[in-house]
Design a protein around this ligand. Sequence first.
Ligand SMILES: *[C@@H]1O[C@H](CO)[C@@H](O)[C@H](O)[C@H]1NC(C)=O
Ligand SMILES: *[C@@H]1O[C@H](CO)[C@@H](O)[C@H](O)[C@H]1NC(C)=O
Ligand SMILES: *[C@@H]1O[C@H](CO)[C@@H](O)[C@H](O)[C@H]1NC(C)=O
Ligand SMILES: *[C@@H]1O[C@H](CO)[C@@H](O)[C@H](O)[C@H]1NC(C)=O
Ligand SMILES: *[C@@H]1O[C@H](CO)[C@@H](O)[C@H](O)[C@H]1NC(C)=O
Ligand SMILES: *[C@@H]1O[C@H](CO)[C@@H](O)[C@H](O)[C@H]1NC(C)=O
Length: 347
Amino acid sequence: MRSSVVLALSALAATTLGAPGCENRTLDEIHQAALKEGGTVTLWHGGDEKNQQDGLKQAFEKRFPGMTLNVTVDLSKYHDGRLDDQIANNNVYVDSIILQTLHDYPRWKKEGALLNYKPSEFPKIASDFVDRDGAYYGYAIFGWSTTWNTAKYNGSLSDFSDALLPELKDKLIMTYPNDDDAVLYAFDLVMKKLGPEWFDALVAQNPTWVRGSATPGDQLALANTSYVAAFATGGGRGANVNTSSPMDAPFVTWPQTAAILKDAPHPEGAKLLHNFILSDEYQFASPQWTVRTDAPADFPNIFEEKNTNVTNFLPWMLDRPNVERLRFWYESRLGTAQGLSPLEDDM
Ligand SMILES: *[C@@H]1O[C@H](CO)[C@@H](O)[C@H](O)[C@H]1NC(C)=O
Ligand SMILES: *[C@@H]1O[C@H](CO)[C@@H](O)[C@H](O)[C@H]1NC(C)=O
Ligand SMILES: *[C@@H]1O[C@H](CO)[C@@H](O)[C@H](O)[C@H]1NC(C)=O
Ligand SMILES: *[C@@H]1O[C@H](CO)[C@@H](O)[C@H](O)[C@H]1NC(C)=O
Ligand SMILES: *[C@@H]1O[C@H](CO)[C@@H](O)[C@H](O)[C@H]1NC(C)=O
Ligand SMILES: *[C@@H]1O[C@H](CO)[C@@H](O)[C@H](O)[C@H]1NC(C)=O
């Protein structure tokens, strides 16, 4: 039963392969080419916990026996500078780079550092998320939410103004806006709507400021946490936490963006990875926002969300003088971000 479904699906896929200028091999054909090349692909993925892409590594290696996904997670703002060093020294050893720092991609393209390559599903990615030459494209929608510990707070939280509730005094855990540009963008959007008095009142709540967008959600998920809620962070997973989207100011979403390096040592491995993460089997495994325009009917559509504009993050990130000015404004209020890299801090 299952294998006949798979056969039927791959027959269907075969008939739709080969949009002009796009990859026209099946995943299995690319798999064979990647094995011949050595069976490895080195990926640098943005994030703030070492294990954040373990799920992708397991899914990829299980789907493609003999392949190793050599993935390193670090803050996008650190990965990008290290990749610049590789490019400058003609020593590119990364195959695929998937980051939050969207402003890097047009520059890398201009420098000739990226491979123009269109995976087979490229025509099905929303046009807002793609470079038309295939130098880079979004593969997943990331964003920030409100998170709270359900054992410590009866009811629901969502709006940014909820952060000012008296019962949340000393109980908030928040990511420094001056340590992560996407969190900075969240604060910028809130302040434009609720004004600087919102931030003054937030500071008066005495939040605990931490490094890493995953740290608040991870802390809130602990049974013995001393915190109750977080706003504008990466959400949380676990039985003790719930998440929601704020409605009193826009919230942040963006297409996490992927590119293959022109000098990638494992181009076939990188092509296999990119075709896989854009495939039906990966994109449509469970209902969530997707970069694809042809998602099943029960999937939420990011373009129909009322209170976020998923295409605004790139132009905001490209304005580096504005980003720097805002970053230092928050730094002058909160001090420099304290603590180890969130990958090393055991939180
Ligand atoms: C597949 O793509 C390659 C290179 O992009 C091209 O040379 C070839 O003709 C294409 N094959 C088919 C069957 O379209
Ligand atoms: C795996 O990735 C690391 C870090 O990017 C790199 O130093 C190492 O050479 C890679 N290993 C292989 C086998 O390519
Ligand atoms: C939440 O409600 C339950 C049941 O009404 C109560 O036992 C518990 O103390 C409440 N928790 C908080 C944090 O108010
Ligand atoms: C999470 O909160 C929403 C309200 O924002 C509520 O409808 C939902 O039932 C909650 N889910 C859980 C698992 O508590
Ligand atoms: C809370 O629980 C974690 C394990 O879930 C443990 O590592 C930590 O030490 C505990 N913290 C306190 C303050 O008890
Ligand atoms: C979303 O942002 C983009 C880019 O800044 C802009 O062109 C577009 O008009 C915005 N969409 C809405 C619905 O505001």
